[in-house]
Structures are given as structure tokens and as C-alpha cells.
Ligand binder design. Structure first.
Ligand code: HH2
Length: 281
């Protein structure tokens, strides 16, 4: 009699096909210094609890990051970033699709091996080894940025901002080898508040490329500057307004800290767009 096959690790949930409604991506920063949730989930148990809570609140993906990218943040070594992220990825891989938020190919590879299925690269695949790593991912998010967290605040001179961001993203997206590639304008990365607003205003230019568009505006400083709210804790309403603006222009994924509230926003906007069958539109 043939031996029973050992069950092996459970298959990881795959990235969804392109969604019927915008996806809500829950942010899980396992860092001591992220601008909003730094230090809250840097112990594995706390990170797992936060991931479970976000899935219960309706998160479609969990985005795990081990290095803060806020302007001026300190660099983290590959070893430290792997040590922060991989145990968490391994622990939450069965809860929801997991993306790894990194610009380092070695970190992305370690996270994919641990059960992540999506690469979220805030450097737009600047690491020459990253394209090969994305071949093992179900999806890649390619984000526009310039410089590093230490230098990006001084790198905000553009000609035609929206066209430059679009062309950069299309160039870098062509390098990614995963079956699904998302474009992200990189709100707040080497952008003034006015430029972040302009990218949201003209998000249709990215949507017109035909690639799905991903937006991370949650609690960022352009909201604080626009609404005179220096405390990121006071930026929930502004974040929801930014999310609504992105959805109305065609974004298909929102990277957020506030999952329950954003999920309600997405469902309401989706319901407004799609009246119940049989009702006049
Ligand atoms: N923003 C941040 C980090 N990763 N990834 C994508 N694709 N798009 C974004 O806009 C984006 C991102 C920065 O926000 P946060 O993770 O909340 O803070 P920190 O970088 O301080 O950890």
C-alpha cells in the first residue's frame, strides 16, 4: 500500500485576480520608527494580533514592512529587515495574501520563501536583483520614488510631474516578471503636498495605462499639511477623503492603516456605482 502523502505546509492564499471592488490592503509595519504605527507591532505576537484584527475588519491583503520609509528614517540592514519580517510573514501567511514592503531583493526573496505572495517595492525595482525575485511572486507593486528616505525631500523638481511618474512606472513595470503588476504613484515620496494632491487629482492618467493602480495615502503628511493636522492621529477623515478620491478615479487597491473604516468607504462607493439588479440606474 502506498504511504499516505504527508500534508506539508498549507498552500498560501493567492493574490486575487483583478478585483470587482477596490482592495483594502492593511499596513503592518514591524518597525520601531514608522511615522504612524512604529513600535506598535514590532513584537511578533503583537504583529500577528494586528494582522488578525485587520483581516477581521475586512483587509484583502496584509502589507508587511520592516523598514520605515518616512523622510529621514534610518537605513536597516538586510539581516535586520529579514529578522523583523520573516517570522511575521510565516505566522500570518494563512490569514490572507501577504505582500512584503521592501526595496531589497534579498528581503523580498526571504519573505516569498516564508509565504508572502506579493512584492511591494517602494523603490520601483531599483535593486538589479529584484526583477528575478518578482518572478516568484503572484503580483508586484511598482511604486514611484526618488532617492532614499534621507534625500527624497530635496528631490521634488519635476517637469510634467504626472507624465514623469507614469513613464517611470511603465519603464519599471516592464522589468517585473510576476503575472500581475500594479502601479503606485508613491504619494509623499519625493513629492510636496501639492504634488501628492496633483497625483491623486490626475490618477486617471495612471489608470489609462490599463495596469491596476494602487494608492498609499493613509495618514500621510500631505493630509496634515492640507488640513492643518500635524498629528497623524488626527488624519483619519482626511485619509478617507483621499481614499475616496482615489477610488473615484479608478484605483483598485488602497494601502491603509484604518481597515474597517476604509472597507466601509469602499463598499458604499461600490454600492453607489452598482445599483441593485432591477432598479433604475
Ligand atoms: N507608503 C509607505 C510605505 N510603503 N508602499 C506603497 N506601495 N505605497 C505607498 O504609498 C507606501 C508604501 C509609507 O507609509 P507607512 O508604511 O505607513 O510609514 P513608514 O514608511 O514610516 O513605515
Amino acid at each position: 500500500m502506498a504511504a499516505l502523502a504527508s500534508p506539508g505546509p498549507s498552500p498560501r492564499p493567492a493574490a486575487s485576480p483583478l478585483p470587482a471592488r477596490p482592495l483594502v490592503v492593511g499596513i503592518l509595519n514591524v518597525t520601531p520608527d514608522s511615522f504612524f504605527d512604529g513600535g506598535r507591532h514590532d513584537a511578533v505576537a503583537a504583529a500577528i494580533a494586528r494582522a488578525r484584527a485587520m483581516v477581521d475588519e475586512g483587509a484583502d491583503w496584509i502589507d508587511v514592512g520592516g523598514e520605515s520609509t518616512r523622510p529621514g528614517a534610518a537605513a536597516v540592514s538586510v539581516e535586520d529587515e529579514i529578522a523583523r519580517t520573516v517570522p511575521v510573514v510565516r505566522a500570518i501567511r494563512d490569514l490572507a495574501p501577504v505582500s512584503i514592503d521592501t526595496g531589497k531583493a534579498a528581503v523580498a526573496a526571504a519573505a516569498l520563501a516564508a509565504g508572502a505572495s506579493i512584492v511591494n517595492d517602494v523603490t520601483g525595482l531599483s535593486d538589479p536583483d529584484m526583477p528575478a525575485v518578482t518572478a516568484d511572486a503572484d503580483a508586484t507593486v511598482v511604486m514611484h520614488s526618488r532617492g532614499t528616505p534621507r534625500t527624497m525631500a530635496g528631490l521634488t523638481a519635476y517637469g510634467d510631474l504626472v507624465v514623469e511618474v507614469r513613464d517611470f512606472l511603465l519603464d519599471r513595470a516592464a522589468l517585473a516578471r510576476s503575472p500581475q503588476v500594479w502601479l503606485d504613484p508613491g504619494i509623499g515620496f519625493a513629492k510636496t503636498a501639492a504634488q501628492s494632491l496633483a497625483l491623486l487629482r490626475h490618477l486617471d492618467v495612471l489608470v489609462a495605462t490599463g495596469l491596476p493602480v494602487y494608492v498609499g495615502a493613509s495618514r500621510k503628511s500631505f493630509i496634515g499639511q492640507t488640513l492643518d493636522q500635524p498629528d497623524p492621529g488626527q488624519r483619519l477623515v482626511g485619509s478617507l477623503a483621499a481614499a475616496a478620491a482615489a477610488v473615484e478615479r479608478g484605483a483598485l487597491a488602497l494601502r491603509v492603516h484604518d481597515v474597517a473604516e476604509t472597507r466601509q468607504l469602499v463598499e458604499l462607493l461600490t454600492a453607489v456605482r452598482r445599483p441593485a439588479t432591477g432598479r433604475p440606474a
